[in-house]
Design a protein around this ligand. Structure first.
Ligand SMILES: Nc1ncnc2c1ncn2[C@@H]1O[C@H](COP(=O)(O)OP(=O)(O)OP(=O)(O)O)[C@@H](O)[C@H]1O
Length: 391
């Protein structure tokens, strides 16, 4: 009995052991399956997050693809007319810019899109050969060329005391206002130290080149073209003033080198709104400064002389003096006098110019009044031309 009891006890112990070992391995399987499930779950979450991020980045990229942005390093640029690649300039020093601006708080605030330049990327601009074509008072201008024929003018501003935020807001406001005779920026970039603006390159150069650089064009600009340029520029400026009056954004730097000439000999106002107004009080005076600038352009158009000549004589003062002394014909560009056009209408336009360059801003007309005055000269011109053509 004892033996059989022992053996049955032994059996039940064995069974228990087997049962327990089975039970343990089941537990293990369960535990491992749990781990695997958690692992899968974590992997799925990680993949989901990565995909979401990629999608976001792609969105940013497609926004960028319609931008043109140029990065130029601070050093490595010299005064000489030179052909460089912006990317090589860029590599000469630690890059100051990246596609994502460090100081402007994000991509969208550092880049501006425009539909005109779809498909072109930042890298393309960096790689393209660039030519320094001028150094103005407020920065340098580069001509950037692409294999497939597209050419851009990139203006690089130095020391423009405007914050990135303000700059971006201003650019958006200007971008909203369109006029066929105002050159819109195609893209722009801003960091605390530097602002870049990209424009379409105008192969015919500026009104300044046309009037004052004999090598530019040997044929003098005919009166009818000068009148047309004056009229279109006045209308474009009046349009911009009206649309941006509330925002207090005048052109701020209107001069003949900022009037570009397109293939049809039409003027295009460039670099609108790139100067900062000191205060609200001066805003109105700044609009009247544009009127002054426009007046000087009229005087340049009619006299063919520089705003300040080699002897330091100021064109506005000179014209005023000559008109006071009634030597009117002396003032006009000789090539205009050689034309069979009406001297009277030329003098009328000159008078509009003189009104615009009055010393006191309040004495100057606004751009709408200027447009009306020029329109009436144009009407006279058209009328007389139609009479001539009938005869
Ligand atoms: N989009 C453009 N296409 C072709 N030429 C241009 C373009 N923009 C400017 N230019 C020309 O490049 C030259 C340099 O221009 P830039 O604007 O740097 O100088 P600026 O107008 O003389 O001075 P500022 O810095 O006061 O504007 C000028 O002769 C100008 O007419």
């Amino acid at each position: 009995v004892d033996d059989s009891t022992k053996s049955s006890k032994w059996h039940s112990l064995k069974l228990q052991e087997v049962y327990e070992s089975n039970h343990n391995s089941k537990d293990h399987i369960l535990i491992y399956s749990g781990y695997i499930l958690i692992g899968i779950l974590v992997t799925v979450i990680v993949i989901f997050i990565i995909c979401k991020r990629r999608r976001k980045e792609n969105k940013g990229d497609s926004r960028l693809s319609s931008n043109r942005i140029v990065a130029v390093s601070d050093d490595g640029l010299n005064n000489k007319f030179s052909t460089v690649s912006l990317s090589s300039e860029y590599k000469t020093s630690k890059p100051e810019f990246s596609m994502i601006s460090n100081d402007s708080g994000g991509l969208s605030s550092s880049l501006i899109t425009t539909s005109v330049v779809n498909g072109l990327k930042f890298e393309d601009l960096l790689k393209a050969p660039a030519e320094l074509i001028g150094k103005g008072n407020h920065g340098s201008l580069y001509k950037v060329m692409f294999d497939y024929g597209m050419v851009f003018a990139v203006k690089r501003f130095k020391d423009w005391g405007i914050s990135t935020d303000e700059f971006m807001k201003r650019m958006w406001k200007i971008d909203r206002v369109k006029h066929p005779n105002v050159l819109p920026p195609l893209a722009f970039y801003s960091s605390d130290h530097e602002k870049l603006l990209v424009y379409e390159f105008q192969p015919n150069g500026s009104l300044f080149n046309l009037l004052h650089e004999s090598s530019h064009n040997n044929k003098p600009l005919p009166w009818i073209n000068r009148l047309e340029i004056a009229s279109r520029t006045a209308k474009a400026l009046a349009h911009m003033h009206k649309a941006l009056e509330q925002d207090e954004i005048p052109h701020g730097n209107l001069k003949s080198s900022n009037i570009l000439i397109n293939g049809n000999m039409e003027p295009c106002i460039s670099e609108y709104g790139l100067m900062q107004i000191q205060s609200h009080k001066t805003a109105n005076n700044s609009f009247k400064s544009d009127v002054y600038g426009f007046g000087l352009i009229l005087l340049e158009l009619l006299t063919g002389k520089l705003v300040i000549d080699e002897k330091g004589i100021c064109l506005a003062d000179w014209v005023k003096t000559v008109l006071r002394e009634e030597w009117t014909a002396e003032v006009l560009d000789r090539s205009l006098m050689a034309e069979a056009a009406s001297e009277e209408r030329m003098v009328n336009l000159l008078v509009v110019g003189v009104k615009c360059v009055e010393n006191s801003p309040n004495a100057r007309p606004n751009m709408n009044q200027v447009v009306d005055m020029i329109d009436s000269i144009k009407e006279d011109e058209d009328e007389s031309n139609s009479i001539i053509s009938v005869h």
